[in-house]
Each structure stands twice: as C-alpha cells, then as structure tokens.
Design a protein. Structure first.
Lengths: 297, 61
C-alpha cells in the first residue's frame, strides 16, 4: 500500500457510484434487469479506473501516461456501437418500434455517461491527492451533481402543449382534430379504431419546437413511449391498428393517434410530456442570423 | 429500388371501374366486398383503403 492506494480506491468508488446513480431502469425496461445492468456497471468501473489513475500519473509528472485516456475513448465508442447494434436488432420485434433516432440517442447517452464517470473519478482523486479526503468528498459530490445536470436532457413538455382530442372519421378518412391520419376502408375496423383509439394534438410553443417535433424520429419516440407505458391494442399482421403521428403543414402541430390498452387520458398526457427531446431531432432555426449568408451556411 | 407501398389487390362491386395490373375480386354486394376485404387484409398483412363506395384496395405498407 502506498500513498496513492487510498485516493485510487476513493476515485474508483466515486466513479462507480456515479455510474450507478445514472443507471436507471424505468418503464422502458432498458437496460434490462439484471444482466444488462451488470455490463454497464462493469464498464463504469473500468471508466472509473481510467479516470482515477490519471490523477497519480499527473502527480508523478508522467504526462505521457495520460495518453491512455485515448484508449478509453475508443473503448467507449465501442459501447455506443454495441448499444446501437443491440437495440436495432431488438427493434424489429417491437410492436411499436423505437426508431433509429431514439436508438442513436440512447447509444450516445451510454457512451457519454462513461466519460462523466472518468471526469468524476479524475476530479475526486486529484482533490484527495492535492488537499485531503474531505475536499475529495466535496469535489466528488460537485462532480456528481454536474454529471447529473449534464446527462438530463429536455422533455417534450418544454416544447409543446398537449391536448386530448377524440379521433373521428370523415368518410374513410381518420382525423385527429383537422389532421388527416390515414384511410381505413372497413366499417368494422373503423368501429374498432373509434372504440380503442385516442388522439392528441402537440402544439409547438415556438418555431424551434415546431421544427423539432416535425422530426420523424422524435414522433416515433412519442409513439413508442406511449405504447410502452399504456400498452398497445395491436398484433403482428394488423397494420391498420398501428399508431401514427402526422403533421399539420399549416401551423406545425402534430396529431398523435394511438390505440392503448389503458385509456387513461391524464396518464397519457404525462407520458407524452416526459418523452425525451432527442438530441438528433433538436433544431434551432431561431439561431440562424439574418445576416448569415453563403451556400449551405 | 425498394417499394414502400404496394397495391396487393382490389375488391369491387362495380366491374366497370376496376383497375388493371393487380388482382381484382368482384363482389355482388357491399357486405360481400367488406367480408372479402377483411379476409384479404388478414391474409396479406395489408390495410383495406376505401377509394369509393364501390372500390376497396388492399395496400401493403
């Protein structure tokens, strides 16, 4: 046991605890309980180790040793690929798929959380080494709070107002408010749709939100989360019962049509509001300055 | 090229207005047309869309 043993153990602990605190399995049941979680805790432990040993390396003026952090970068890029491949494979067996944008968002989150673990371990170990364990604990708590702040993205309720609208038929056309959803030709199927169907209108709060909810991946994420939380009235081979989201071209509102097994309007509105705003769907047309010019700018 | 939608069959009560180039099912009444379309929908994993009162098409999405 040398002078670095305790700081390294401390850094390993704070890093692993940070990863555990960021690893939540909610109604979406991902990562799966228990084996999926073990993989991510183990990778978090490795990330904590990499971050921790960077501290003593700096203290010993072994600056070239820091380059092994590049190993971590390539290692955790692999984590992202692993998540992307797994979720894409599983998506084909979902009754309402997640969509590629949602999958990419989840994969990015898994990679970035490991970098946050490295950051937490590095900061807390350095604080322990330079000052003492108390400063180390304070630094660890601060890093943990920063990590939580950085990992929590926006929610859909920040961007849109959500309103429940009973779906209706005009001839064979199914509508949610004035938004055309699809054509259902059989009267029997129409009755089924009216009995189980629910409609929601997402009204964007500003121009940025209008562009973000227009993204097909963001709309698919809403349908997936809603179907996961409330169940879905459909089976394979019933394409007429598939949930859909269509856009009003005039004002950018999005009409959501779903067939849940549990018809709870309040809960459905809460679930839609809690759908994460996908990083790859966010657009900020308001950031485009009027004086910016040039092709493709 | 990958086709995302394809008309699998047409079901009609009006033989004068049937499309060509796809399987057509002639029916005597609206009820028969709906029964045939419901069966085709289940068999072909398609959706029955109404174009007119006399014509349904089964589309693969």
């Amino acid at each position: 046991m040398n002078e670095y043993t305790l700081p390294i153990v401390f850094g390993l602990m704070t890093g692993t605890l940070t990863r555990l605190s960021m690893l939540r399995t909610d109604y979406r049941q991902y990562p799966t309980y228990l084996h999926g979680k073990i993989i991510h805790v183990a990778l978090g432990f490795i990330a904590a180790g990499l971050g921790t040993v960077a501290g003593p390396a700096i203290m010993e003026e072994e600056f070239t040793a820091i380059t092994f952090l590049t190993l971590a970068a390539s290692q955790f890029r692999e984590v992202r690929n692993m998540e992307r491949n797994t979720l894409t494979e599983l998506d084909s067996y979902e009754l309402v798929s997640r969509g590629k944008t949602y999958i990419e968002g989840i994969a990015i989150a898994f990679e970035s959380r490991n970098y946050l673990v490295i950051f937490t371990s590095l900061i807390s170990t350095l604080a322990y080494l330079i000052f003492n364990i108390w400063v180390g604990i304070i630094a660890a708590i601060a890093a943990l709070l920063i990590s939580h702040r950085l990992m929590s993205g926006g929610k859909l309720k920040d961007l849109v107002e959500i309103e429940y609208i009973e779906p209706r038929f005009d001839g064979a056309g199914l509508y949610v408010d004035n938004i055309y959803i699809m054509n259902i030709g059989l009267p029997e199927r129409q009755k089924e749709v009216l009995r189980y169907g629910m409609g929601f209108i997402l009204k964007p709060k500003n121009m940025n939100a209008r562009t973000t909810i227009a993204n097909l991946g963001q709309r698919q994420a809403v349908l997936h989360d809603l179907s996961t939380a409330l169940g879905v009235y459909r089976d394979s081979g019933t394409p007429a019962l598939v949930p859909l989201a269509k856009r009003d071209l005039d004002d950018g509102r999005v009409g959501i049509f779903v067939l849940p097994q549990e018809r709870d309007i309040e809960r459905a509105i809460t679930v839609i509001g809690d759908v994460p705003t996908l990083e790859n769907a966010i657009r900020m047309p308001s950031e485009k300055k009027n004086n910016e010019g040039g092709a493709g700018a | 090229m990958m086709l995302e939608k394809f008309v699998l069959a047409a079901v009609t009560t009006n033989p004068k207005k049937v499309p060509s180039g796809t399987a057509v099912f002639h029916c005597d009444s609206k009820e028969e047309m709906e029964t045939v379309a419901a069966n085709l929908e289940a068999i072909l994993d398609g959706i029955a869309h109404a174009l007119t009162e006399e014509l349904l098409i089964i589309v693969k999405h």
